[in-house]
Ligand binder design. Structure first.
Ligand SMILES: NC(=O)c1ccc[n+]([C@@H]2O[C@H](COP(=O)([O-])OP(=O)(O)OC[C@H]3O[C@@H](n4cnc5c(N)ncnc54)[C@H](OP(=O)(O)O)[C@@H]3O)[C@@H](O)[C@H]2O)c1
Length: 320
């Protein structure tokens, strides 16, 4: 099969579009013919060696931990999925990823994709959607009527988080660059603060939850906007746990997990028109290096999708 893989840690030039071994499926796996995957920051953090512990330690390594595609074959122990099922999910980052024509994924990590989306849009959902869901609801315990500040609201995770928090009935404040203010209000944010022009901690107080996808000094300043007993949940780690504790706040850091029930709930919301994936651009798989460079600049609005195949049977795109 064709795949984009790395043979060493390093820059985007390490991403090679080339022939790769076909995946071997275990009895609990399904073999998915990949229609599309999407770029997440973890892809380039593993590629450049910053997150070695999160990726598989072997080379060549195929990146990409979002998939939408069609089941080609199911392992002997798989129940509930059949050949031809259209599925999506966040594959295990400890195994080869989905920048490839085929991927072997545990059946317990996937769900049927949203019926109303093409694979090339569905592939934008799993990792960012699960991260937003788990951050807001499992770790942040967000409830209707509460006030939440979402940092990085225009990003892959942020655009999901804004919509999910709004769906939950929360009052949603986002931070973003000026160009994203109107866009985020249309997406459902009640207020958007231009982080380049204003200091959010001078405008906000008594919030129930901060959902932080930025970290560093943004995270430190965020501790001043929470009410006593409030919670900060971070996708990038809590830098000063003692400080959080000393202010009487709760701090939660986490790694998003695969969860098929949550994938089903996300698909349901999408099919009801209550959650809309935001796609910055769609590029062919062979342009993965360029796609990662754009992602690394840190200002993608929503997600970058990598299209692997096309047509009802997953016909190959140009694979020269
Ligand atoms: N723990 C986990 O399981 C987990 C899961 C997913 C992601 N993550 C991490 O979470 C982070 C965000 O992921 P992502 O996929 O959403 O990234 P992304 O799609 O690249 O989005 C980043 C967004 O941050 C915004 N931004 C940059 N600087 C900002 C600032 N100072 N204040 C507010 N917004 C700012 C940018 O929008 P503007 O153009 O408006 O600046 C951009 O849209 C990454 O570090 C990623 O590795 C962790």
């Amino acid at each position: 099969m064709k795949a984009v893989q790395i043979h060493h840690y390093g820059g985007p030039e390490e991403l090679k579009y080339e022939d790769a071994d076909d995946p071997v499926i275990n009895p609990d796996d399904v073999l998915i013919r990949v229609h599309a995957t999407s770029v997440n920051p973890v892809d380039w953090k593993i590629r450049n060696g910053a997150r070695k512990e999160q990726g598989s330690a072997h080379f060549p390594l195929i990146l990409g931990w979002d998939v939408s595609g069609v089941i080609e074959r199911a392992g002997a122990r798989v129940k509930g999925f059949n050949e031809g099922d259209e599925v999506y999910g966040r594959p295990d980052p400890g195994r080869n990823g989905a920048y490839a024509e085929y991927i072997a994924v545990r059946a317990s990590e996937i769900a049927l994709k949203p019926k109303t989306l093409d694979h090339s849009v569905a592939a934008a959902v799993p990792l960012a959607g699960l991260t937003a869901w788990q951050g807001l609801f499992d770790h942040g315990k967000l409830k209707a009527g509460q006030k939440v500040l979402i940092h990085g609201a225009a990003g892959g995770v942020g655009t999901m988080a804004v919509q999910l928090a709004k769906w939950k009935g929360a009052y949603v404040i986002g931070t973003a660059a000026k160009d994203n203010i109107d866009f985020l209000k249309e997406l459902g944010a009640d207020e958007v603060i231009d982080y380049q022009a204003e200091r959010f901690e001078e405008k906000l107080t008594d919030l129930d939850l901060v959902f932080d996808t930025i970290g560093g000094e943004v995270q430190a300043r965020s501790l001043n906007v929470l009410k006593p007993g409030g919670t900060i949940v971070s996708t990038v780690g809590i830098r000063d746990k003692e400080m959080v504790k000393s202010k009487g706040l709760h701090g939660e850091q986490y790694m998003a997990q695969s969860d098929p029930e949550q994938l089903r709930q996300l698909a349901h919301l999408i099919d009801q028109g209550k959650l809309i994936p935001v796609i910055a651009r769609t590029m062919p798989l062979k342009e993965a290096a360029q796609a990662q460079q754009i992602s690394e600049e840190g200002h993608t609005r929503g997600k970058i999708v990598l299209k692997v195949s096309d047509g009802p049977r997953g016909d190959r795109l140009d694979t020269r």
